[in-house]
Design a binder for this molecule. Structure first.
Ligand SMILES: [Ca+2]
Length: 399
């Protein structure tokens, strides 16, 4: 027992030593950063107020280092994001704020149900804004780790928010990564797109719903959103569909997709329902064995808010429900499939390289390069070229 006790004491002492060395380093880093902020035009008063009492937040490091070992399957994500409860609250919020949302819809040309759906996903309609002090969280990220560049630029942005009087120092609360308010704006997005809708001199994305909705709409509008145009539609593919066409770079007018046998999921003609000249691209979020979606420019505008297909699809489906339509996906998700773990995704990339294809770096991130290389290998081997990294595909590739 005595030995164990001694060992524990030794451990605790060395941890305390490491933590205090880190906090000394942080304080000297912060001195340097204060000079950087001053050079960027931030006043001495704002700098002093902003960093008073700021220390490293270890929880931010834990979340930042949380490698996506197991990425969540899109069907699990959609189930949670577009839950019955979120739909129900979304419809109630649309009704409650109808007048304000209509005003903002007209002013910015962004449909009320899309603003509502983003609000619902980003903060559960304002229920979860995040309780991290944004200055502390961003200073922690800027000091060390894999997001120092992001942390520095967002920290300067946060100081500008205070200096310009858009918000008070005490208001700057948000997520561990510094995303703030009802629709989770990071400081640079806030500086460029946040709007003072009620004219009180503050762009209050934390407490004023007019400012929240107008800021969100302004950002979507600047991202290319067009009012009254659909985000997309679930489609049914013809037998023998060339899956290479389901590529982010393939945009074609609907009339061409329709001529190739693509129909709405309910079997109706695409050109009867939408402008035949509208350009769309095919999205197969779970590969050839899952649902297919024809998406339009508004889907890409939502993707600028968050570059995740799962996110953009969840916003789109939730918006349909908020507007009182059905956002239900009719084709089944391949729920018995599992998504590849981080090491498996790297193994898939390495296997493609070993077979002479070029997926790019072996980083475990399935981006456009990996998908393109996977498609090429699938095509060369007579498989449906959907570029989807399933466990079955990995098994064949590494056999
Ligand atoms: Ca305001």
């Amino acid at each position: 027992m005595k030995r164990l006790f001694a060992a524990i004491c030794f451990c605790a002492a060395s941890l305390t030593g490491a933590a205090s060395a880190q906090s000394t380093d942080f304080r000297s880093w912060l001195d340097g950063f204060r000079a950087e902020a001053a050079a960027a035009g931030i006043s001495a008063e704002v700098i002093a107020e902003a960093f008073e009492g700021v220390t490293i937040n270890q929880r931010v490091y834990e979340l930042n280092d949380d490698q996506p070992e197991f990425s969540r399957a899109i069907w699990d994500y959609i189930d949670g994001a577009v839950s019955e409860r979120r739909i129900e609250i979304g419809r109630a919020k649309m009704a409650e704020h109808r007048a304000l949302l209509s005003l903002i819809e007209q002013a910015y040309g962004v449909d009320a149900e899309i603003i509502t759906a983003i609000w619902g996903l980003e903060s559960s309609y304002g229920a979860v804004l995040g309780n991290y002090d944004a200055i502390e969280a961003l200073a922690t990220l800027a000091f060390e780790g894999r997001r120092t560049g992001y942390g520095r630029s967002q920290l300067i942005g946060a100081l500008k928010i205070i200096q310009n009087g858009y918000a008070l120092r005490s208001q700057l609360k948000g997520s561990w990564a510094g995303a703030m308010g009802h629709t989770q704006f990071i400081p640079t997005t806030y500086l460029t797109y946040a709007v003072d809708h009620d004219g009180d001199g503050r762009r209050d994305i934390w407490a004023n719903l007019g400012d929240v909705f107008a800021s969100t709409a302004n950002y979507l509008s600047a991202s290319g959103y067009r009012q009254n145009e659909a985000w997309g539609v679930e489609v049914r593919l013809p037998d023998g569909f060339d899956y290479a066409l389901a590529d982010a770079n393939v945009h074609k007018p609907l009339v061409e997709w329709a001529a190739g046998g693509v129909k709405a999921a309910n079997g109706a003609s695409l050109v009867g329902r939408f402008d035949p000249n509208m350009r769309g691209r095919m999205v197969l979020p779970a590969g050839a064995n899952g649902p297919a979606f024809m998406t339009f420019e508004n889907f890409d505008a939502i993707l600028k808010y968050n570059r995740s297909t799962a996110y953009a699809l969840a916003v789109s489906l939730l918006s349909e429900e908020a507007a009182g339509r059905s956002g239900a996906v009719t084709a089944p998700w391949p729920r018995t499939d599992r998504t590849l773990a981080f090491e498996e995704r790297k193994a898939l990339q390495q296997a493609l390289i070993d077979r002479g294809y070029k997926p790019g770096p072996v980083d475990g991130i399935i981006g456009a390069g990996t998908k393109r290389a996977l498609r090429a290998w699938q095509r060369d081997n007579g498989l449906p070229a959907d570029g989807y990294p399933s466990a079955a595909i990995l098994a064949i590739l590494t056999s």
